[in-house]
Write a protein that binds this ligand. Structure first.
Ligand code: ARG
Ligand code: ZN
Length: 891
């Protein structure tokens, strides 16, 4: 019999956690791999958990054909167990059980890309969070950890490579054209870390010597024809191994570590024990197909998955509500890894700014919408909907706050204690907090609210200077807006790193009675724990300019009234590079908000010279890292500007931002042109931080220059496109050309370049994704154009990368077009969500979230949005993934 998803999705609550009724000690699996009918035989030894209130033996399964179920050697009759939805219960099982289960599955028909599925003729698995239950009936929950032995059998010609977790202990021929491989994972693991891969693959491999002297085998597996694109992933893996040894004293615990790349993958990558499976996007790179951004993405995702081996695999999660225990911590680790690899102070700051930009743009928005949830959620309908920026990015900020509060060495001590206590266990976020508290002797009780309360706190600043007493007082008041299910919030424990600048822009030595031990320091971490607190600094001889929340020391919104002059001083001088950038963003945001209002009221638009001159000074300051200059010169995105408004007008925001860009170019043309020329990187492409920084600033200059219609800048971009020797420069030029508003001849020429690009890279799926994305986000691309692109032979909704490149990019990153007044963008969105729902619920639910903030738009748009949401909600056979998202939006 085949069981399918239950019709009425139920909400799962964290408070309902019950330990498993049975533990699993060993699992032996035999796979007879055939694309449309794979036979899975599982034999597991189980023993009763006497500490659990659950008396039944409970297994989970989904879309399985159950062929056999034997307990302690006896075939179980249908009456001996009960299947309800995804749950199978055996009552009155003895304390010691050997279960033998045979299931039949159809990987070819599995378009959800969860469980065992086919990708371009190969077998791939994805088991996190609950995909293992699509392979066999099993206590598929992360607190059940077992030792696995896996036998793979398949046709030798079609599936020459057979991989699973751990060590290869035996392989050979079966005589009938088939062969086998037997794998054994020496470590206990939860089922979500199980993996198998079978098919036609080739690998780059290397012996690598660990610090301890032990040798390990590293492999990067890809489809034939891609071996020229694996070096960067391999380098990133070696860097990751070394970094975790040096920074955290953590060694690779296996003899073999494999990475496999697949073109069909729902997310970025997966940390299966010893057999990481990656989206090709985060493995394949060479200078002609990958951009600097791609290179950086590969480095951080390879790092991320590798670091999971300790933070996730050796110590895992008790239940899925604890997801951020491993994800927040591992994101923090990958962010630190990338920052350490660059090495320089500004390099670190650049990485920090990029991470914060993402947090603010996507996570703050999530926190303000219908899907807002705490870092440790209290409930969910579908766990796959909770692989969110809150769990990952805000979770990382929470870990970073421990780091800020305890310091470098203090944090390391906490990590050491965490592993000492919990290696081999499935634990909770509270256990991590306890390790940090106990190792440092600090009271982190209140800190727990970062895990339990959703929403982005706001910290309001009031400061007064007393010239006579030479004191400067800063009053910080915190609040946090209501979120679904949480009307009232209690104060958070907020680290506020800060300094004070004198009129000369230099840091003033700080003296505050409350921080006596650090008297004379130029930067302090204030600890805000109450609703409102005043911090007094003494011996301040003139009114200073405060620099608060340095390095973005907490994930909050800082409300502070600076004058333009104060912001100018901070932008030019702050010793904290993050706050230098921040001051520039504040100057820009202020202007973009004013311009947007002016657009709405039909007033004349103008941009003041103070702002333009501040940008000019930054652009021309050769002492500054070009990557930092690029960040300062980049205006806040349309999505960021939208956050400043109660009611969002996407067209007005777009017009305002475009006006600002064109005006900046009008005034800085000569400076931009010299910046362009000064940062050319002739010669062989290299993905090192310095070269990347140069290309970044050069290409930003190019994009500004093309805001000004003239022949010479168009030719500049055209030449760069034609002569580019790497994808970074080629794509930047093509983007600029495509968005250029020039004459007919230029439009034709740009279209020709776009065509040539397609022709040149037809065989490179990841580049064709870029080709779609570039058009999806182009200024002139409207709904009709997207529909036309959807009929292109290279477009398909079946492949997540391709679906995302056109449709997600349009709905999420082309706001002024998506929010067309006639609602046509929303109608397209509804069609897409409904179509994807049938193919791949996880991907559909991601797209469904494009409508999260519908209540922030004018009523005329809201009506169209609500209708589109309702249309999706009313669709028959809606997955619980999509149902959860749209019903929360409509609630
Ligand atoms: N643990 C993976 C990572 O963070 C993400 C996998 C999530 N997959 C899913 N289908 N929910 O690296
Ligand atoms: Zn992760």
């Amino acid at each position: 019999m085949r069981n399918d998803t239950a019709s009425k999705p139920e909400t799962i609550f964290r408070k309902d956690y019950i330990a498993p009724g049975f533990w699993v000690d060993t699992v032996e699996m035999g796979f007879d791999l055939e694309l449309s009918a794979t036979h899975v035989a599982t034999r597991m030894t189980m023993r009763r958990n006497h500490d659990s209130s659950e008396k039944d033996l409970v297994l989970f399964g989904e879309s399985l054909k159950l062929l056999q179920l034997r307990m302690n050697g006896v075939n179980l009759k249908k009456s001996a167990y009960k299947i309800e939805g995804e749950t199978l219960r055996i009552a009155n099982a003895p304390d010691e059980v050997t279960l033998e289960i045979e299931t039949l599955i159809n990987p070819l028909k599995n378009t959800s890309l969860s469980g065992l599925y086919a990708s371009n003729g190969n077998f791939i698995t994805q088991c996190e969070a609950e995909g293992f239950r699509k392979i066999t009936w099993f206590p598929d929950r992360p607190d059940v950890m077992a030792k696995y032995t896996v036998m793979l059998r398949a046709d030798k010609k079609k599936f020459p490579v057979l991989l699973s977790n751990g060590n290869l202990i035996e392989e050979g021929d079966l005589g009938d054209g088939r062969h086998f491989a037997k794998w054994e994972d020496p470590f206990k693991k939860p089922s979500y870390l199980f993996a198998l891969v079978a098919g036609k693959l080739v690998c780059q491999e290397e012996d690598y010597k660990l610090k301890s002297g032990r040798k390990v085998l590293l492999q990067v597996w890809v489809e034939d024809g891609n071996l020229d694109k694996t070096q960067h992933a391999m380098d990133s893996l070696k860097n990751s191994i070394r970094w975790d040894e040096e920074r955290f004293g953590l060694e690779l615990d296996l003899d073999r570590f494999m990475i496999v790349a697949t073109g069909d993958f729902n997310m970025g990558a997966m940390e299966n024990k010893g057999l990481n499976i990656f989206n090709t996007k985060f493995v394949l790179a060479n200078p002609s197909i990958a951009t600097d951004v791609d290179y950086a993405g590969i480095e951080s995702v390879v790092g991320h998955e590798y670091f999971h081996n300790w933070t996730g695999n050796r110590v895992t999660c008790r239940d899925w509500f604890q997801l951020s225990l491993k994800e927040g911590l591992t994101v923090f680790r990958d962010q630190e890894f990338s920052a350490d690899l660059v090495g320089t102070a500004t390099g670190r700051a650049v990485k920090r700014i990029e991470d914060v930009r993402l947090l603010r743009q996507v996570q703050f928005s999530e926190d303000a919408g219908p899907m807002a949830h705490p870092v440790r959620p209290d409930s969910f309908v579908e766990i796959n909907n909770f692989y969110t920026v809150t769990i990952y990015e805000k979770g990382s900020e929470v870990v970073r706050m421990y780091y800020t509060l305890l310091g470098h060495d203090g944090f390391r001590k906490g990590m050491d204690l965490y592993f000492e206590r919990h290696d081999g266990q499935a634990v909770e976020c509270d256990d991590f907090r306890a390790a940090m508290a106990d190792s440092s002797g600090r009271d982190l009780t209140q800190f727990e609210r970062w895990y339990s309360q959703a929403g982005t706190p706001r910290v309001k600043v009031d400061a007064t200077y007393d010239a006579e007493a030479q004191t400067y007082s800063i009053t910080l008041s915190q609040s946090c807006p209501a979120t679904p299910g949480q009307a009232e919030k209690l104060p958070f424990h907020i680290p506020v790193a800060m300094g004070l600048l004198g009129a000369d822009g230099k840091d003033i030595p700080l003296h505050s009675a409350a921080y006596e031990a650090q008297a004379g320091a130029t930067s302090l971490v204030l600890e805000l724990t109450e609703a409102s607190q005043t911090f007094v600094f003494t011996g301040v001889s003139s009114k200073p300019v405060p620099s608060l929340l340095r390095n973005f020391s907490a994930p909050v919104v800082l409300e502070i009234d600076y004058s333009d002059e104060e912001l100018g001083l901070l932008l030019a001088n702050d010793s904290d590079p993050f706050n230098r950038w921040e001051a520039g963003q504040r100057l820009a945001t202020r202007r973009l908000v004013k311009l947007t209002t002016a657009v709405q009221q039909g007033e004349e638009l103008s941009l003041d010279s103070m702002f333009i001159e501040a940008l000019r000074a930054t652009l021309n300051d050769a002492s500054l890292d070009p990557a930092f200059r690029e960040l300062v010169l980049t205006l806040p995105s349309e999505a960021m500007i939208a956050e400043e408004f109660k009611v969002v007008d996407p067209q007005a925001i777009h017009t305002a931002r475009q006006f600002a860009r064109a005006t900046i170019t009008e005034h800085l043309r000569a400076d931009l042109l010299s910046a362009y020329e000064a940062h050319l990187t002739p010669g062989k492409y290299s993905p090192d931080a310095q070269s990347m920084a140069k290309r970044g600033l050069k290409n930003l200059a190019l994009s500004y220059l093309l805001e000004w219609s003239d022949e010479s800048t168009f030719e500049l971009a055209k030449t760069q496109f034609d002569e580019a020797e790497n994808m970074t420069d080629r794509l930047a030029a093509l983007t600029a050309l495509t968005n250029f508003s020039g004459n007919d001849k230029q439009a034709k020429s740009a279209a020709k370049s776009l065509k040539a690009f397609y022709k040149d890279f037809k065989k490179e799926a990841l580049v064709i994704d870029k080709w779609f994305m570039l058009q999806a986000t182009a200024r002139t691309t409207d709904v009709a154009k997207v529909r036309e692109l959807m009929t292109h032979p290279a477009f398909t909704l079946n492949n997540p990368n391709r679906a995302r490149s056109l449709t997600f990019a349009f709905c999420n990153a082309n706001p002024s077009r998506f929010h067309a007044a006639d609602g046509s963008g929303y109608a397209l969105w509804a069609e897409l969500v409904i179509a994807l729902n049938k193919l791949n619920p996880q991907v559909a639910a991601r797209l469904a979230r494009s409508m999260d903030r519908w209540k922030k738009y004018p009523e005329s748009l809201q009506a169209h949005m609500k209708a589109a949401l309702q249309k999706v909600a009313d669709t028959k056979k809606l997955s619980k993934d999509v149902l959860e998202v749209v019903s929360k939006a409509l609630a």
